[in-house]
Design a protein around this ligand. Structure first.
Ligand SMILES: [Zn+2]
Length: 73
């Protein structure tokens, strides 16, 4: 498997949503390819940090306006 092919499956790989055979190819590629290993490690860390961030909250006045609008329907 080449690096470019690995990138094609990257999102499914990170979501653990891949056929076992393809996953094995990627795992074996990463054992021998330091750039891909580093890239995936960095990407995993970044996704982990993003998941820990609280979701953006609408400001209070926006919430109140939304509530008024919904109440009027
Ligand atoms: Zn590679």
């Amino acid at each position: 498997m080449r690096c470019r092919r690995l990138l094609k499956h990257l999102s499914d790989y990170l979501d653990r949503d891949l056929e076992p055979a393809i996953r094995r190819h990627i795992d074996s590629h990463m054992r021998d390819c330091k750039p891909c290993r580093t890239f995936i490690r960095t990407l995993r860390k970044t996704l982990g940090v993003l998941k820990r961030q609280p979701a953006a909250r609408p400001r209070a006045e926006l919430k109140a306006a939304l509530r008024r609008r919904l109440a009027g329907c």
